[in-house]
Design a protein around this ligand. Structure first.
Ligand SMILES: Nc1ncnc2c1ncn2[C@@H]1O[C@H](COP(=O)(O)OP(=O)(O)OP(=O)(O)O)[C@@H](O)[C@H]1O
Length: 415
């Protein structure tokens, strides 16, 4: 490679106009100072929490809305404001935020609450090992050590309930009857309304003493949210006029998801920056859309259960051999011999048929039911991702690497 070539690459980047002023502003973790189009929800929540300032226990709240509708950011905003004002009036308020996608067992939630007070109480619960009853007893002790309000925010509460049942909510929503000094209220956040079916009726009624709904944003609202963030994130004049409206329109199609809108804008900026372009254009947004979709699909494939991964690989092999569309029976026989190859007990054809439907729902394959006249109905299975992509993901998976050595002709011999 000649030096001139390298020089010109560096020159290109050096002289390109800087796209971002502060990219952090577009990250999910950033809490903006203003939340356009969430005034109603902010006021509802403030109204529910205001009793704290009068020394009364606020109701428990259940907050619901689809993904990216601003639930987390709004709750953080409102509770921070409450903290500021309660500090001003010297009312002791503690807000404990727990993301139940990460902290997903009853034990760990209780331990997190106890450990929040560890500097004050000197009690620290280990991550495993104590009987849950003991952790709960400690929790009451440390919370009730003095008069105060404790607001426990359980974000993604559905994940916790689905994994470990609703006993914990039963205890926490009734804890005030066992405390003499402190008062506890719960804010549960979820993007999955179906999870309510998992809750005992009494638990559900105490959790949802109040409910606050976050509706999806429309394209105009998303545009306002993006414009407000864009002015701090990008240098002046680098965004073409059509960029923000296009990000907003694309994200509005995805059930009004502000996270998706922000990701589109950030990734479009990154692509423009990498190209050494001086402006972000609509072309960069389309490229960003493609990249995000690919990344999402990759993530979905990576997190599939093992049998679905093996099944997907059977479809990949059939594709490479020009044998798609295939029916469930064809796919099943290749799947069986792959299982044999990696010493995995195969599932029944019926179960595999369910997994095929799941892969179809995730958009990884396309399984269309077609009528074969008097021979009944059958599924026509096609692949929606490239075999290369699947193989590339499996290359980094120790359990599946061996599959990559199998070709269809070898497979046929094994059958
Ligand atoms: N009204 C708004 N103004 C500014 N930014 C917003 C607004 N609503 C959402 N956002 C931003 O969109 C992203 C997603 O918001 P948030 O995490 O609060 O969504 P959520 O409803 O909790 O989603 P999920 O259910 O997936 O957790 C965050 O980066 C947040 O800052």
């Amino acid at each position: 490679m000649d030096d001139n070539y390298l020089d010109s690459i560096f020159e290109k980047y050096l002289h390109a106009k800087k796209i971002f002023k502060n990219k952090e502003v577009l990250r999910h973790s950033y809490t903006p100072k203003e939340l356009p189009h969430r005034r109603e929800q902010i006021e509802e929540l403030a109204h529910i929490l205001v009793p704290v300032l009068r020394g009364e226990t606020p109701s428990n709240v259940f907050v619901y809305g689809k993904t990216g509708t601003g639930k987390t950011v709004t709750i953080k905003f409102v509770t921070e404001e409450l903290k500021k004002i309660s500090d001003k009036y010297r009312i002791p308020v503690d807000v404990i935020y727990i993301n139940c996608e990460i902290v997903d067992t009853q034990y760990r939630v209780l331990a997190n609450i106890v450990n929040y007070f560890k500097d004050e109480s000197g009690v620290e619960v280990p991550l495993v090992g104590w009987p849950t009853d003991e952790v709960y007893a400690r929790l009451k002790e440390v919370i009730d050590a003095r008069e105060r309000f404790v607001i426990i925010v359980l974000d993604e509460i559905d994940k916790l309930i689905k994994k470990s049942g609703d006993d914990i909510l039963y205890s926490l929503t009734r804890i005030n009857t066992e405390l003499s000094r402190a008062k506890v209220s719960i804010i549960g956040i979820s993007n999955d309304l179906k999870f309510k079916e998992y809750l005992d009726a009494r638990v559900l009624s105490s959790l949802s003493e109040e409910e606050v709904v976050f509706p999806p944003y429309d394209a105009n609202q998303l545009r306002d949210i993006l414009l407000q963030r864009a002015k701090d994130a990008f240098n002046e004049g680098v965004l073409d006029d059509g960029v923000v409206p296009l990000c907003a329109a694309l994200a509005a199609r995805e059930h009004g998801d502000a996270r998706r809108a922000l990701d589109l804008l950030r990734v479009a900026g990154e692509i423009a920056e990498r190209e050494g372009a001086s402006k972000v254009t609509e072309r960069h947004v389309w490229k960003a859309q493609e990249k995000i979709e690919q990344d999402t699909m990759e993530e979905v494939i990576k997190t599939l259960p093992l049998h679905s991964k093996v099944l997907l690989y059977a479809i990949v092999l059939l594709d490479e051999n020009g044998e798609l569309p295939a029916n469930t029976g064809d796919v099943y026989s290749v799947y069986m011999s792959l299982c044999d190859h990696i010493d995995l007990e195969p599932l029944t054809q019926r179960r595999v048929s369910d997994l095929i439907n799941e892969l179809d729902m995730l958009g990884i394959i396309n399984a269309k039911v077609v009528s074969k006249g008097r021979y009944g109905r059958t599924k026509e299975i096609r692949l929606n991702v490239t075999p290369y992509k699947v193989k590339n993901i499996y290359r980094h998976d120790p359990q599946l690497q061996t599959l990559l050595t199998i070709s269809m002709s070898r497979q046929r011999r094994l059958l």
